[in-house]
Design a protein around this ligand. Structure first.
Ligand SMILES: [Mg+2]
Ligand SMILES: [Zn+2]
Length: 185
């Protein structure tokens, strides 16, 4: 991927860790959170390699009034508990709850959420990588000065087609990416 070794992985949530909700809806309850194949194992592989794991996710369903922060917290409590139970505990979960019209600084492709993950980690941007399935994840990474990789889950294949010819590292899923990063350490 690069010469510098990666110590911190900043993960998008929907389409990277879990299946996106159908009909571009939102995951509003723990029972609606469905891990993608290989995601839990991928987290565990990275954790065992000593990597810090952050999640940075746009959840505009909150700002749009379609779910509450309490509902979102319940979803994330399940996500964190299951990740930890499988050996892939998450160090931080950062959320942008705003609607697009709020014009906040954290909703990807704005860089705020990625910058916050970096600041909280105490690990340099140069030793971090953003993992996403959507062009806006890659754009947020670029604006934050952080490397990025694409996974072909969620919107990933669509994004890959749209980016055809660009040099972004692309992996079939989180497990394949995790093994590539862990193997460099
Ligand atoms: Mg996504
Ligand atoms: Zn925001």
């Amino acid at each position: 991927m690069r010469q510098v070794s990666i110590r911190h992985v900043i993960l998008d949530r929907d389409g990277v860790l879990n299946r996106e909700a159908p009909e571009s809806g939102y995951v509003r309850a723990p029972a609606e959170f469905h891990w993608l194949p290989g995601a839990l194992e991928g987290l565990a592989v990275m954790r065992r390699a000593g990597l810090r794991l952050s999640v940075a996710t746009n959840q505009s369903g909150v700002g749009r009034g379609l779910m509450s922060l309490e509902q979102l917290a319940a979803v994330h409590a399940r996500m964190q508990a299951e990740a930890a139970a499988h050996g892939g505990a998450l160090d931080a979960v950062l959320v942008c709850p705003h609607a697009p019209e709020d014009a906040c600084a954290c909703r990807k492709p704005a860089p705020g959420l990625i910058e916050a993950a970096i600041a909280r980690s105490g690990i340099a941007a140069a030793e971090s990588i953003v993992v996403g399935d959507d062009q806006r994840d890659l754009e947020a990474a670029r604006r934050a000065g952080v490397a990025a990789a694409l996974v072909r889950t969620g919107k990933g294949r669509q994004t890959e087609e749209r980016l055809s010819g660009s040099a972004v590292s692309t992996y079939d899923d989180l497990l394949q990416l995790a093994r590539a990063i862990a193997g460099q350490r």
